[in-house]
Design a protein around this ligand. Structure first.
Ligand code: AHR
Length: 522
């Protein structure tokens, strides 16, 4: 598996004696990018740009759903402003209803007349009342409003194979069975199309604190009774491990050698400033450079984790039939002061934007195995795309990265070598420049470059044959924690980029410190 191979050019970057020039130039990072156009990695699945909407804090209620009778403009209960912004972005797939919420969710609570739906307590997230105003019908309506594929994460922890079997029959049966007729009485005549279906979430933790082999057995037990029409069978997803721990991946893959029921195994990874969930995590804004470096390092660790999980999968499945879905990933900080700790609401800064770019680069580089990734989460929760405050809505820097990276969806990732100096801080070092290159269907190239050094501008030189023009956008800001607010919603947003030149086959890019540039070469 390729990722960025770094060469020893640190001396070149620091040494004016090597290349002369002014004192100001000495601070400029010099990097060289080699694109291997003849070494395609794989098609970048659009679902790598998937998202996650859990019943958590204001992720669903308030953020997406305001109800039909709200003063906030809505279509059948979903906010028009938020859905509109997400439609512009294009969301290939939305994972729902959890997360940890999934293993306490009973689908029958969310069907029928809203006034008759039972109120439950969301014991995982803030102990708040769950009205069940959003259930299957509403979620599937949201998928049609967004034009997204469906991904339901079903309940294993407090569910049963019978409950799952009935849920699937209710949604997919074209027959006149009692469950299909109940669906019709509830307002949906044709079966829904189901794209992805997972059995449980984080079974090693909030899903039931199980051992890998126990869950592997449960997966096959549930999957055996998960019946759908042959032309409407979702991809079955097994809930895998976290971070470096590949024990779930191993047990699941071993269990599937004969059964062939698993379509994808999942992996979760969060980047926390302090590296773990014990004690304070660190703030989303107002952090020092130590925490900038820490988040960069922990984000980049995802590359090795995916490589390790892929290697385990290769043992059982060298043809890569089973996909790895990184269906929860993001940065995770302390909640904003004064907000409910169970709502996981955090600000979103330039730091999050750049790590989103690094993560997407990593998914591209592993596109042969990683065929879905869902950022955690879509609205108001953790590293969200959008924040809302009553009737107000604001796009985060992470939303802008997803817009800038849109041309990568469905393109073919190309192998690259990147010779870059390191960014060094506090005795830690990581590559300063990161990149992703892909070829679009019509032959044009898409190139993303991220400079994570918060102090030094960068010059990147590349050779590209047979292309005539270059255009692009840049995302940057003065401060490491620059962010948007409801009063200044455009403080961090992309701008046209004029720092790239293409002369013959020589591409030269001059980019500022802590910036992301995405170029299209035609
Ligand atoms: O995304 C928030 C939570 O993080 C999810 O519910 C859980 O799956 C993960 O640990």
């Amino acid at each position: 598996m390729k990722y960025f191979s770094r060469l020893l050019v640190v001396a070149i970057a620091f040494g004016s004696f090597v290349r002369g020039g002014s004192a100001a130039d000495d601070a400029v990072i010099q990097a060289t990018l080699t694109i291997h156009a003849d070494r395609p990695v794989a098609t970048i699945a659009p679902e790598i740009y998937g998202q996650f909407a859990e019943h958590l804090g204001q992720g669903m209620y308030g953020g997406l759903w305001v109800g039909r009778h709200s003063n906030i403009p809505n279509l059948r209960g979903f906010r028009k402003d938020v859905v509109g912004a997400l439609r512009v972005l294009g969301v290939p797939v939305v994972r729902w209803p959890g997360g940890c919420f999934a293993d306490q969710y009973h689908w029958r609570d969310g069907i029928g007349l809203p006034a008759r739906r039972p109120v439950r307590v969301n014991t995982t997230w803030g102990g708040v009342e769950e009205s069940n105003a959003v259930g299957i019908h509403e979620y599937m309506d949201l998928m049609s409003q967004l034009g997204s594929k469906s991904y339901i994460d079903s309940n294993v922890g407090t569910g049963s194979p019978q409950e799952t079997k009935d849920w699937l029959e209710y949604m997919t049966s074209p027959s006149h069975s009692a469950l299909a007729q109940e669906r019709r009485r509830n307002g949906r005549a044709p079966p829904w199309r189901l794209d992805y279906w997972a059995f449980g979430n984080e079974l090693w933790g909030c899903g039931g604190n199980m051992r890998p082999q126990v869950y592997a057995d449960l997966f096959h037990w549930y999957a055996t009774f998960a019946k759908t029409p042959a032309d409407n069978t979702p991809l079955w997803i097994a809930a895998g491990g976290y971070g470096d721990d590949a024990s779930f991946t191993d047990a699941l893959m071993a269990s599937d050698v004969k059964a062939h029921q698993i379509g994808a195994v999942t992996l979760h990874h969060f980047a926390l400033p302090q590296g773990n969930f014990d004690g304070p995590k660190g703030p989303a804004t107002g952090f020092g450079e130590d925490q900038w470096m820490s988040i960069m390092r922990r984000t980049l660790a995802l590359d090795g984790m995916i490589a390790a999980h892929s290697a385990v999968m290769d043992k059982y499945d060298p043809q890569k039939r089973v996909a790895l879905f990184v269906d929860e990933w993001s940065n995770w900080y302390d909640v904003e002061p004064g907000t409910n700790p169970g709502f996981l609401h955090q600000q979103n800064t330039l730091r999050d934007a750049l790590t989103a770019a690094l993560s997407l680069d990593i998914f591209h580089a592993h596109a042969d195995r990683v065929r879905m990734a869902c950022i955690t989460q879509m609205v108001n929760v953790l590293q969200a795309m959008i924040h809302t405050d009553g009737p107000r809505m604001m796009l985060t820097p992470t939303y802008h990265v997803y817009m800038m990276y849109k041309p990568f969806r469905g393109a073919t990732d190309l192998s690259i070598d990147l010779a870059t100096p390191d960014y060094v801080y506090g005795g830690q070092s990581v590559a300063a420049i990161h990149a992703s290159v892909a070829r679009g269907a019509d032959g044009h190239l898409i190139l993303a470059l991220t400079n994570i050094d918060p102090h030094r501008a960068a010059h990147v030189a590349a050779t590209v044959a047979g292309l005539q023009s270059v255009s692009g956008t840049i995302l940057t800001a003065d401060a490491m924690d620059a962010h948007n607010t409801f009063d200044r919603p455009d403080a961090v947003k992309p701008a046209a980029f004029h720092g790239a030149t293409l002369v013959g086959s020589a591409l030269n890019v001059d980019m500022p410190a802590k910036s992301l540039v995405v170029l299209e070469l035609r």
